[in-house]
Design a protein around this ligand. Structure first.
Ligand code: NAD
Length: 260
């Protein structure tokens, strides 16, 4: 089982990452929590996770735009817990704008957080996992790793990129008891998506209600948001022993979005 294993979940102070940290902790996994936020709120989240599941939860505030801080976070997990079994590269941000107006600093930020941070964390984690002969790397990509939508050039480029990174790492580590896979969620109702509703309304010049109905739910044939539990089911499979032959793959959990 997963009892006593150690996981880093990047961007786990909110949304999908927080739900994944919770699901892993429920299996007895010790957690390195990471992400931005207000320190008292983060400490509350950290203590609540530890208390609820009786596991150790450490917070590491590594900024996913800073390669040195990412490497230090991975080293700190190994130093504190003596092992690193699971790495979930989840931190992500979004910006919505037409290509000709897309702010250059937003492009750089999205590529850094949504793509390069996974490279830096994986680069630091693989030697530890190779030495252990065991490891699970799960990259949270998106339906936008497989298909595009207008006005999301940086996000779509980063998410397509992370699927390439996933495949490459899978090939390099396959004989070491390590797997590397991607989960490609459709729309999940998190703060990231709630912010997009506002931004999309501006970019398209339509109301927020119209964005929900005609943009977000239009893409998802089920007309339902994907839930945290539905994503966690895939995560727990991928990190389990049963998941050992799932490698280098992209698993769509998108209500049929990319079947179209
Ligand atoms: P969210 O905004 O709720 O959470 C994002 C997390 O990343 C937060 O903890 C935030 O603090 C952290 N983060 C942002 N910038 C950071 C930085 N510089 N350093 C460290 N941490 C940072 O968003 P979410 O919807 O839960 O998204 C999580 C992941 O899932 C992202 O990679 C996103 O692209 C992906 N995803 C989300 C959806 C969706 O519909 N919500 C769909 C597909 C994929």
């Amino acid at each position: 089982g997963l009892q006593g294993q150690v996981a880093i979940v990047t961007g786990s102070t909110s949304g999908i990452g927080h739900a994944m940290a919770d699901a892993l902790a429920a299996q007895g996994v010790n957690i390195v929590l990471n992400g931005l936020g207000e320190m008292t709120a983060i400490e509350k989240t950290r203590a609540a996770l530890a208390e609820k599941h009786g596991v150790e939860v450490l917070y590491n505030g590594a900024d996913m735009t800073k390669p040195g801080q990412i490497a230090e976070m991975v080293a700190a997990a190994k130093a504190e817990f003596g092992e690193l079994d699971i790495l979930v590269n989840n931190a992500g941000v979004q910006h919505v704008a037409p290509i000709e107006d897309f702010p250059v600093d937003q492009w750089d930020l999205i590529i850094a957080i949504n793509l390069s941070s996974a490279f830096h964390a994986t680069r630091a984690a693989v030697p530890i996992m190779k030495e252990q002969g065991r490891g699970r790397i799960v990259n949270i990509a998106s339906a936008h790793g497989l298909v595009a939508s207008p006005f999301k050039s940086a996000y779509v480029a980063a998410k397509h990129g992370i699927l390439g990174l996933t495949k490459t790492v899978a090939l390099e580590t396959a004989t070491f008891g390590i797997t590397c896979n991607a989960i490609c969620p459709g729309f999940v109702k998190t703060p990231l998506v709630e912010a997009q509703i506002v931004d999309q309304a501006k970019a398209r010049g339509i109301s927020e209600e119209a964005v929900m109905k005609d943009v977000i739910l239009a893409a998802q044939p089920t007309k339902q948001f994907v839930t945290f539990d539905q994503l966690n089911g895939m995560l727990l499979y991928l990190v389990s022993d049963a998941g050992a032959s799932a490698n280098g793959a992209a698993f769509s959990i998108d209500g049929g979005w990319t079947a179209q």
